[in-house]
Structure formats: structure tokens, C-alpha cells
Design a binder for this molecule. Structure first.
Ligand code: NAD
Length: 338
């Protein structure tokens, strides 16, 4: 298995995403020269990293989306203050997407911006969440509604960490991998694990480099996410993010078909890739209220102009604003009952 290095090109804020076995051992290389101490932000029971003699403390946050809150940010910042973390120091996030989102947001606001290094420990974190500088927390009205763009100094994807990841969390990561399958048209599952993670990281790095603040191409990374975020919010996080993304991909294909953008073969392909190739659930099994899902989708961050989805077409993926709510509601009702 090889070591891969992918660069997120953002001028002087460029940084590497390093993929391979044992690469978390390189973390000290990415601690800024100005730093005198580090705070490791992680969760109970996750793989640990060794900062050896570098002065540090560890702060643990709760597991699960219900802890992805402003209250957790306040707890962390109070922990930073108690440890005497300065703006020249560094935060090291060790965990899945939840930890890197929360620790990244705390770092972005601590003294108006303190360096952060991400050690992604989940598949979803490695292929997506830890890369690209989007950080944030949830409020009851929706997912990730409060946050900041804050690029890390490096992202380390240590494949050894996946050995302890439960199968349900591997499935979550596969939901995002399936998204890259449709974005790139490449069969990720045919690749070895290191190549698969590096390929996904390369796709994300390229899109972020082109469009850091999501003015254009980056929005395509939200394929499947409009319904996914609504399923997570309305279902009170009973469906995990990556699994919800897989469902969102299937729904988006059905909506694109109803709008005359793709033919039924392409919809069938979405069902096959998600359900058979990646072995993921194509729709939620618990009953979710269509009206509540519609309200949640209207609050989606992309919805600056009515109901907005990333949808497939013969030209590829596109952001489609202002979709008639009656059509979305009808396709959603049909999809949930299918
Ligand atoms: N910032 C972004 O661009 C972006 C992109 C996609 C998703 N996200 C966010 O990422 C989050 C989902 O990330 P996730 O799926 O990694 O969830 P997560 O961080 O909640 O991790 C899932 C579970 O796996 C555990 N875990 C993580 N690594 C482990 C390991 N190596 N061994 C054993 N257990 C381990 C965690 O403690 C947790 O219980 C969501 O909050 C989502 O909004 C952010």
C-alpha cells in the first residue's frame, strides 16, 4: 500500500492531504513554528496520536450529532483558555467529520483564527469532511447552519485508523464515495483502499482549489445533500450523514427524471450503484413527514433561491434553483413509498 500526497491548491494557504498507513505519525511536521503548545480535540475511544514531548492537552467532546452544537464550541473555547492556548498555537483534531467540523470551527474563532491540523479517522472524514475548510455546528433549525471557512495546515488520513471503524461507519463513508462515483464517473470500488481514498481526496481538492467559497463548482459536492440534510434533521439524526447522502443521490435522480433532465436508464443506474454496487439503503426505513422534509430543505444553505438541488443532466451535474415545491413534494411522496 502506498503513501499518497494530494495538495489543496489555495496559494499561500495551500496544504497537503496525506493518505497511507501510519501517516498520523507525521503530525508534528505540520505544527506551525510559532506554536508552543497544542490542544488535541477528539472523542472517547478513538485512535490516539503521539505528540511526544510537544506540550499538549487533550479535550474530548461527546459522540454523535447532538453534540455538534454551539455549547460544545463554548466548552472547547473554555478549555483552550484554561490551557492558555494562544493564537500562535495549534489545535489538532483527531476524529471523524464531526470532530474536524467542530474543532475546525472552534479554531477558526479562537482569537479570531488559530491554526488547525486534521487527523481524519473515519472514511467519511478522509474522503470529504476534513478536506476543504468548511467547519461548523448544527442548531435545531438545521445542519451546519453556523460555521466558518477555515482551512487546516494539513489533513492526515491514516488508513490504520479505519481498522477500528465499525462497519456502519464504513457504510457512511461509502455514501460519500458513491457521490464521487457520480461526480467523476469513475468506479471507486474497483480501486485498492489507498487509491480510493486518495482519488476521492484528489477530486475534492481539485474542486475546492477551483472554488473555495462555493460560488460555483464546489456546490456540486452537495450532490445528494439537500434531501440528506433534511432526513438527518427531521429524523433527529437516526440516519447517519453518509447513509442519508446515498438516499439523497437516489432521490435527486428521480427528481431529475421528473424534470425531464435524465432518462429512466440513468435513474436505474443510481439505484444500482447505491443499492447493489455500494450496498447502501436507497430510502429511509422510518416514516418521515413529507412536509417537514420540505421545510428542512427550504432552509438548506444552498437554498438562496427557493428549493435548490444539485441535479444530473446530459451535461453532467448542475445546481438547479427554484424548483416547484409541488413537484418536489410529489416525487418525494412517491420515493418514500416506493
Ligand atoms: N466539512 C465538510 O466539508 C463536511 C463534509 C461531509 C460531512 N461533514 C460532517 O461530517 C460529519 C459526519 O462525519 P463522520 O461520518 O465521520 O461521523 P462522526 O465524526 O460522528 O464519526 C462517526 C462515529 O465513528 C466514530 N469513529 C470515528 N473514527 C473512528 C475510528 N477510527 N475507530 C472507531 N470509531 C471511530 C466516532 O467517534 C463516531 O462515533 C457530519 O457532522 C457532517 O455534517 C462535513
Amino acid at each position: 500500500m502506498s503513501r499518497h500526497e494530494v495538495v489543496v491548491e489555495l496559494g499561500e494557504r495551500s496544504y497537503p492531504v496525506i493518505v497511507g498507513r501510519g501517516v498520523s505519525g507525521e503530525v508534528e511536521r505540520f505544527i506551525p513554528a510559532t506554536a508552543r503548545r497544542a490542544v488535541i480535540v477528539t472523542q472517547e475511544g478513538l485512535p490516539t496520536i503521539d505528540l511526544r514531548a510537544f506540550p499538549h492537552t487533550t479535550l474530548r467532546i461527546g459522540r454523535g450529532e447532538e453534540h455538534k452544537t454551539l455549547a460544545t464550541i463554548e466548552d472547547l473555547c473554555r478549555g483552550f483558555a484554561a490551557f492558555g492556548l494562544t493564537r500562535n498555537d495549534v489545535v489538532v483534531a483527531v476524529g471523524g467529520g464531526m470532530v474536524t467540523d467542530v474543532a475546525g470551527f472552534a479554531a477558526s474563532t479562537w482569537h479570531r483564527g488559530t491554526a488547525v491540523v486534521h487527523v481524519a479517522t473515519s472514511l467519511l472524514g478522509m474522503v470529504d469532511a476534513a478536506i476543504g475548510g468548511k467547519t461548523g455546528v448544527n442548531i435545531p433549525e438545521g445542519k451546519n447552519l453556523v460555521g466558518a471557512f477555515w482551512q487546516p495546515n494539513a489533513v492526515l488520513c491514516d488508513l490504520d485508523h479505519l481498522d477500528s471503524l465499525p462497519p456502519s461507519e464504513i457504510r457512511c463513508g461509502l455514501g460519500e464515495v458513491a457521490k464521487y462515483h457520480f461526480i467523476s464517473g469513475r468506479d471507486m470500488l474497483a480501486m485498492d483502499l489507498d487509491e480510493r481514498v486518495a482519488t476521492c481526496a484528489r477530486i475534492k481538492a481539485r474542486i475546492v482549489s477551483e472554488d473555495e467559497r462555493e460560488g460555483g463548482a464546489r456546490a456540486l459536492l452537495n450532490y445528494g445533500h439537500t434531501l440528506a440534510h433534511a432526513i438527518e434533521t427531521v429524523g433527529r439524526h437516526s440516519v447517519a450523514h453518509g447513509e442519508a447522502v446515498a438516499m439523497g443521490l437516489v432521490f435527486a435522480a428521480r427528481l431529475a427524471h421528473r424534470l425531464g433532465r435524465i432518462d429512466s436508464n440513468r435513474v436505474q443506474q443510481h439505484h444500482e450503484v447505491v443499492g447493489q454496487v455500494y450496498g447502501l439503503a436507497e430510502r429511509p426505513t422510518n416514516s418521515l413527514d413529507v412536509d417537514e422534509l420540505l421545510v428542512a430543505m427550504t432552509r438548506d444553505k444552498k437554498a438562496t433561491s427557493g428549493l435548490t438541488f444539485v441535479l444530473d443532466s446530459v451535461r453532467g451535474l448542475e445546481v438547479v434553483p427554484d424548483i416547484d415545491p409541488a413537484i418536489v413534494s410529489s416525487v418525494l411522496t412517491e420515493y418514500l413509498a416506493s
